[in-house]
Structure formats: C-alpha cells, structure tokens
Ligand binder design. Structure first.
Ligand SMILES: Cc1cc2nc3c(=O)[nH]c(=O)nc-3n(C[C@H](O)[C@H](O)[C@H](O)COP(=O)(O)OP(=O)(O)OC[C@H]3O[C@@H](n4cnc5c(N)ncnc54)[C@H](O)[C@@H]3O)c2cc1C
Length: 381
C-alpha cells in the first residue's frame, strides 16, 4: 500500500521540485567544480524552509515525519548530491538526536535556529579506529564538576566544515561497553573543538567532510543529551531511520538516471537507427526500472513498519542494502547507455556514478547491513 503523504508534504515537495529545477540544477556544475555550496543557494534553502523539515513545529520547523522526510529525500536525489547531502544530514542524523533526546531547554536553545538554518548541525560518531564498529570509539568524556572534558578524534564528519552544532558521541564509562557511551551537544565555539581540513572526495562535491579534534574540550553538563549511557542507543536508532532516508534518496537518483537514459536513447542514433531500438539497451533500461520500483517498495515497507511503532531494524537494513546496490547497477547502466558521453563531465552522468558510490559505505556499509539482517533473522524468539 503506498504511503499516504500529508497535503503539507505534497505541497512542500512541489515547491522543492521547482527550487531544485530553477535554482540548484543551474548551479550544479559550479558546485561540482568548486566543492562548496554558494552562499546565495544556502540562503534560498533557508528561505524555503528546507533546514527545518524534520524539526517539530513548536520549535519553528515543519515537523514532517519519516515518510515526509523520505518524500523530500527522493526529490533531493534527483538533483545535486552535494546540496542534497548538506540538507539531508542536517535534517537527519544531525538533528534527530536533539529532537529525540533533548531536554526542553536544549530544544529551545538549539532547534529554532537549526530549523531556520541559522545553525547547521552535524553528527560525529566515526573515529580512526572505530568505523563499522563504532563501539570501539576512544573519545572520552570525563565529568569534572559542572562540565565534561572531551578528548578524542572524529573523522569523515559530514557538514563539519560549516557546522555550528556537533552531536558528539563519547565514552563516559568504559566498563559499561556500549551502555557507557553518551551523546553531547558541542558548539563550534567551545574551547578545545577544532575542525580539520575538508577531505577531497570521489563524489559528494559541495558538502564538507572533515575530521573533528576534541582536545580537553569543555562541555557544560547541561549539554549532555539524555542520561549518561544513552548516546550509543540513540545513535543506532538515528542510523536506522537514516538508512531508510538514504534509500529514498537513492530511489530519486535512479528515477533521474532512468529518465536521462530513456531521453538519450530516443535522441541518439547509431547504425542508421535510434539506439532506443536496440533490444540490448531496452532490456538494460527495463532492469533499471525494476530495480528502482523494487527499491521504492522496500522504502515504503520500512516506513509502514515504523508507522506501526515497530523497531524496523531489519526492514531499514534491507531497504538500504538493496537500494544502494541497485543504484550502483543503475548508475553503471546509465553510463553504458550514454556511451562515451556517459564518461564525459558535461553530461553529468559520471557525476551521479561517482556520487552513488558513497551510499554503500556510510551509515553502515553493505557488509554491515548484511550482518544486521542475518542477526535479526537468527535471533531467538
Ligand atoms: C563521505 C563520508 C561521509 C561520512 N559522514 C559521516 C558522518 O557524518 N558522521 C559519522 O560519524 N561518520 C561518517 N562517515 C563514516 C562512515 O559511516 C564510515 O566510513 C563507515 O561506517 C565505514 O567505516 P570505515 O570507513 O572505518 O570502514 P571499515 O569499518 O574499516 O571497513 C572496511 C571494510 O571492512 C568491512 N567490515 C568491517 N567490519 C565488518 C564486519 N563486522 N563484517 C563484515 N565486513 C566488515 C567493511 O564493510 C568495509 O568493506 C562518513 C564516511 C564517508 C566516506
């Protein structure tokens, strides 16, 4: 059964579609080449309300649920991936923890300005020795009077270069394992927080990915999110929801690749006929559509499970695994259908091919999704 979207979400998606077409697309090549989002585009995104889509209405956001967020992600997937990543990260993993665990005071302090995009957020879990196994993190938070002192290093943090508010996971009690990991809201201006240089990446140009160093970084006790030891549990929930939103973005990317490929097949002629007449390419296009449609159904299934209040761990991982791997194949076929043009920057297909690769790595690699799925299937009871 297709997910019912509220009139507000449908209206927002229409406005977003126009915005992506008229404002983002014309700047896409510039973003790709300069590896940053132009200030005027960030401001237009603020004016549209994009930064507040998932923040509750009482804090100035639109308060869209996960289905609404996925509908928006699908639209974002059809445009510039760097721009999509800035928004998706801020409205996803960077704010989910504060919305879910934040005290009334924390929410009042941060969410209204995060909803307008005045403050940009990021989510800092990964460390040099703790990627697929985040529980191996070494960043510590030691309570000293009315503050915690954080020491450690986070890497590959999306939006870190432009972020004002960092949700940082750190060990407060090593003996308790994952139940000894807590989450903190760390402001860019807190002494001891340093953001390193932006990484140069294969794709995702336009969004900053950078290391974050915490050196005797002092964080007031009131900036701890939830109780001590709740950080890891919330981070895992945040990532589970995030997996479905990434899958939705991949569906949008597949949509665009299919539309672009079909259009090219109808205009490009070789051997005295349009390449659309070659069955080899027709079958490629058909497989691309099947992969996209199956992906969309898996996203919808996961959303239904969440809407029923169930955990959705298995369904979210199935959706992410299948959809991101399907996107890899669809992007490869799109390059093939475009022939030499698919390899050229001017067509933008190679950009999507490179952009698509990250989806099988972050927020849990394909191997980790398989581990989660198998674990859920083998669970007793
Ligand atoms: C562009 C980008 C943006 C990112 N943004 C963020 C962010 O905003 N915040 C954040 O906290 N992190 C972020 N990350 C980190 C990302 O989530 C990790 O890179 C990812 O989880 C993989 O960790 P790793 O890179 O250490 O790889 P590793 O964990 O070292 O994995 C190496 C290989 O081993 C495999 N492997 C590892 N463990 C197992 C296992 N148990 N079973 C089977 N295979 C296994 C992996 O699948 C992979 O193939 C980002 C990463 C990138 C590249």
């Amino acid at each position: 059964m297709p997910i019912e979207l509220s009139p507000e979400v449908r209206q927002f998606c229409e406005a977003l579609r126009r915005f992506l077409e008229h404002e983002v697309e014309p700047r896409s090549r510039w973003i790709e080449e300069h590896d940053t989002i132009p200030d005027e585009l960030m401001q237009m995104a603020r004016d549209l309300g994009l930064f507040g889509i998932t923040i509750p209405e009482e804090y100035g956001g639109a308060g869209f649920d996960l289905a609404g967020k996925c509908a928006i992600e699908e639209e974002l997937g059809k445009s510039n991936y760097g721009f999509a990543s800035v928004i998706a990260n801020h409205t996803g993993i960077a704010t989910t923890g504060i919305v879910a665990l934040g005290s009334a005071g924390q929410k009042r302090q941060y969410l209204p300005r995060m909803a307008t995009g005045e403050l940009i957020g990021c989510f800092a879990l990964t460390e040099p020795q703790a990627g697929s196994d985040p529980a191996a993190m070494r960043t510590t938070a030691v309570k000293q009077g009315d503050r915690y002192v954080l020491d450690g290093e986070k890497i590959y943090i999306t939006n870190a270069g432009i972020a004002d508010v960092f949700t940082v996971m750190a060990v407060t009690d090593k003996a308790k394992g994952t139940k000894g990991i807590s989450a903190f809201i760390v402001e860019r201006g807190f002494p001891g927080l340093k953001v390193g240089r932006n990484e140069l990446k294969m794709g995702m140009h336009g969004v900053s990915t950078a290391p974050v160093v915490l050196e005797r970084c002092e964080v007031p006790v009131e900036n701890r999110l939830g109780e001590e030891g709740m950080g890891y549990i919330q981070a895992m929930k945040t990532l589970t929801w995030g997996r479905v939103t990434i899958a939705a973005r991949c569906v949008g990317m597949m949509d665009k690749l299919i539309a672009r490929s079909a259009a090219y097949m109808k205009t490009r002629a070789q051997g005295g006929r349009r390449i659309a007449e070659y069955q080899g390419l027709q079958w490629m296009l058909a497989d691309m559509a099947v992969a996209r449609d199956a992906s969309r159904l898996l996203v919808e299934r996961a959303l239904e499970i969440f809407a029923r209040g169930e955990r959705g761990t298995l369904e979210a991982s199935v959706a992410k695994l299948f959809t991101t791997e399907a996107l890899g194949k669809v992007a490869d076929s799109a390059v093939q259908i475009h022939g030499g043009m698919g390899y050229m920057r001017e067509a933008g297909i190679e950009t999507m091919y490179r952009d698509s690769r990250i989806t099988r790595i972050y927020e849990g690699t394909s191997e980790i999704q398989r581990n989660i799925i198998a674990r859920e299937l083998l669970k007793d009871g």
